[in-house]
Design a protein around this ligand. Structure first.
Ligand code: MEV
Length: 429
């Protein structure tokens, strides 16, 4: 069947699945042809079909729950969707470290986002367009009233407007600042930007090039802080004070070396993106904003800081966290509703605060492991479980056979599969 064009697009999701016959994989080292793992039938399949175009199924990213983490006095269990081992365990470990010392305290700004309208062909008007826009502030605000009316009722809506002449590209950028309350805001911002475009053309004499939100999200930040006695970091024969000193140095390195900073921040986002996915939030928007923020002072740098004072190690983080609790996939996909309930039904700033705490917890656990025993040890236990699964073990056999893999130091998939057959045969006797 032809899967290239209209016929594929227009088919039902069930027909699309029949049309697709992928070739067995060549380069993953696993040529088994078990494609039924696009999984889920019935309602879930219909859900996929209304969420994206040309849907055929799901990739079932594991959903775990980290915690409890004491955040602003509440014990929070955090849903995390991730394919990466050790990430959830790391947050739970950090949660247990901070639990007896006040946990993690957080703050969040108001959820203000920016919509941008770019105008070109402004003739001689050029930079004077900035003044023209600012003088028309009230008319622009009035023009946007119908679009913002329901957001204003919820306490959000219009906050401000500014404009900037971008000389090299001879373009006028108009930024609308709008408080989007519990939403991520993309729909509202894009609608507002498009609705005001004809008026801005009249005011400036220019022509709209494009109208779209900015994902920079620097007005929508959250921060988190923790403090624990340095001796609490001692573990597996490593001295607490020395580990604390090394964590401070490691975070400083991430402030000064961009190569390290990217990995440092990737670790922070391991937690934040996993909660974003579990709650149906836009992981790319959140990631883009975080990384842009890490470059706000010039060179890209680590997003967290640590210092030692009076026998305590203190850690802090601040970053833009444009999390929503309604709109888009949030609250629409059933798992996202479950996740938000588990989190205690926060509002959007509340969810951003949990995300900031999660990022800091993830980072503390990663740095502690890196400057002491390293991260490979924890990974090896999970690696053995994956190898056991790949060799054919299921359910209760997984931990038992993983223990054999570890004790016999079995490395490759083929040797694991052979040993598993032997082991099962011996069990049958
Ligand atoms: C791995 O996904 C994350 C870490 O590399 C983070 C870090 O290095 O800080 C362990």
């Amino acid at each position: 069947m032809n899967t290239s064009g209209r016929s594929f697009r227009k088919s039902s999701i069930r027909m699309r699945r029949d049309m697709i016959k992928p070739e067995p994989l060549q380069n993953t080292g696993n040529s088994r042809n078990d494609f039924s793992y696009t999984g889920f039938d019935g309602d879930m399949l219909d859900l996929a079909d209304v969420m994206v175009e040309q849907a055929v199924g799901y990739i079932g990213i594991p959903l775990g729950v980290a915690g409890p983490v004491l955040i602003d006095g509440n014990e929070v269990m955090i849903p995390m969707a991730t394919e990466e081992p050790s990430v959830i365990a790391a947050v739970s470990f950090a949660g247990s470290l901070v639990a007896r010392y006040g946990g993690i305290t957080t703050r969040a700004s108001d959820p203000v986002m920016v919509a941008q309208i770019f105008l070109e062909d402004m003739g001689n008007f050029g930079a004077a367009g900035v003044d023209a826009v600012l003088k028309s502030r009230d008319a622009i605000r009035e023009h946007l009233k119908p679009i913002l009316v329901s957001m204003e009722k919820r306490g959000g809506g219009w906050r401000n407007i500014d404009a900037r002449w971008i000389a090299p590209s001879r373009t006028l950028a108009v930024n609308l600042r709008i408080d989007v309350r519990d939403a991520m805001g993309a729909n509202l911002l894009n609608s507002a930007a498009e609705a005001v475009s004809p008026l801005l053309e009249k005011i400036t004499g220019g022509r709209v090039l494009m109208a779209i939100l900015s994902n920079r999200s620097w007005n929508r930040t959250a921060s988190a802080r923790l403090s624990i006695p340095i001796q609490e970091l001692g573990r597996n024969g490593f001295d607490g004070a020395e580990t604390a000193r090394r964590i401070v140095r490691a975070a400083r390195v991430a402030r000064e070396d961009p190569d390290r900073a990217v990995t440092h921040n990737k670790g922070i986002m391991n937690g934040i993106s996993a909660m974003a996915l579990a709650t149906g939030n836009d992981t790319r928007a959140i990631e883009a904003a975080a990384h842009a923020y890490a470059g706000r002072h010039g060179p890209y740098h680590g997003l967290s800081e640590y210092w030692i004072e009076n026998g305590m190690i203190h850690g802090s983080i601040e970053l833009p966290l444009p999390f929503a609790v309604t709109g888009g996939a949030v609250g629409f996909h059933p798992v996202t509703r479950w996740s938000l309930q588990l989190l205690g039904n926060p509002d959007a700033p509340g969810l951003s605060r949990i995300a900031a705490a999660l990022g800091l917890a993830q980072n503390l656990a990663a740095l502690r492991a890196l400057v002491s025993e390293g991260i490979q040890r924890g990974h090896m236990t999970l690696h053995a479980r994956r190898l056991a699964y790949d060799a054919g073990a299921r359910r209760n056999d997984i931990p038992d056979f993983a223990a054999i893999i570890r004790s016999e130091k079995i490395r490759g998939r083929d040797s694991a599969a052979r040993r598993f057959t032997e082991w099962m045969d011996a069990k049958d006797v």
